[in-house]
Design a protein around this ligand. Sequence first.
Ligand code: C2O
Ligand code: CU
Ligand code: CU
Length: 504
Amino acid sequence: MSAESEGMSRRTFLRTTLLGAGALAAGGVQMLTAPAASGKGGKKQVVERYPLFIPPVVSPAGLQLDARPELDVDVSGGTGKQLAGGWAYNGTFPGPTIVARQGDVATIDLQNFLPDETITHWHGMIVPHLVDGHPLQAVEPGHTYDYPAFTILPQQRATMNWYHPHPHFITGEQVAMGLAGAFIIRDADEDAIGLPSGSYEVPMVIRDAKFNNRGNLTFKRSKSGFLGDTPLVNGTVNPYLKVDQGVYRLRVLNGANARVFRVALSNGAPFTVIGNDGGLLPSAADVSEFEFSPGERLDLLLDFTGLPAYDPANPVVWMLQDLDEGWDLLEFRGTGATGASAPDLSSLPAVEVLTNPVTPAREFSFDGMSRINGREFEFDRVDFEVPAGQVERWIFTTGGNGPHPVHTHGAYFQIQSRTGGRGMVFPWETGWKDTVLLQDGETVEVLIRFDLDFVSEPSNGAPRPSETYLDGTAGYADPGLYLMHCHKLSHEDAGMMLNFRVVG
Ligand code: C2O
Ligand code: CU
Ligand code: CU
């Protein structure tokens, strides 16, 4: 069977199981039976499933991160049954999960063993420019970037951020090839709630990928966006996760290059959304499905009390699915053991509400596949300056070619409205966000404030740290230089990105 026809039949098969799930749910049946389909010639075939890979946890203090090509990244949950060529941080796909608390000091070195330049950006982290992973800081193959030590700031709320490459023109390739990882921040507000933890807290990097006929991760440049044909959770093909009968905290990230996922459970069970990009929401909301775009995160509680112990002879499972593509993302198998009880969500931490923006608002139009307000990114063109501490209204519009997941570095924002298109702000878009999905026909208004207290650092009169530009010339660090861009990585790479400077 050729790769193509195999893909076709698999696609058809998945659509069939999704329809089956819908039919079951409509009939009031609460669970979906594990998929089994008739292969060619009527032979029964069952998808081989692998345990969900959970990346190792590391501290950012003294962290050495290597980005390098690997011949044998395990995409089968550590079973060794399916290995792929790819690019990885510290040899795992995704890279290690960095976990830190407010006040911790991060000292990170990035070593570039890739064939191309790279730099790592800490998506969602509020850090000085020289730490931010601006493409200006990209280092050549064989070189190391020593990030200046940085403190996890008090305004950095507990959340799941992530890290990924950010060199100009080639971010899409490096992410598609496997470079990304989660960066979890803890704080006292979160501790006070007593959310499910340990094995009851599961980071989940959801993305799509393409494997070539030798089983290696591949990337194909395409202006309209790189779409894979295989969904992965934590780099695992056809994953399953064993769950106890209790509440889990699922920390999901869309780590895809271009794909928007619309996620639901096969049995229609609700997710309780407790947080997103910028941490916990002031109040929880139940949703039966959610849509999220590259760069966005959701913090979810899911109650598996009703899922019986897994019996291979008569498998009853819950399936996490992507409704748009009809993909099975992750199968939940019950252990029958008692799990975590539901936390008290009545006292989620309050979220400051931004108000009274200065006038006029700033407008940004995401047009074509490479332009913001008619212009493509240039390294040394700074498009505007933002005074620190002031609330501004930013308006995002598009002339088409969506989805455009709009992302800002250096600050979180609060979504005020979405008009046109889907015409609403969804429950998972409240609180603080750093990425918002702009679909064709939509206008999204946000309020934003840059709370950086290091825009003019160092304040002690010391010379600014020096910086070497890609062309080899020495320059000076620009402490307030940040990026805004489309997080569809092909658009970002093509130039749908701009520099702005936060000034003190
Ligand atoms: Cu996740 Cu500038 O990116
Ligand atoms: Cu970012
Ligand atoms: Cu875009």
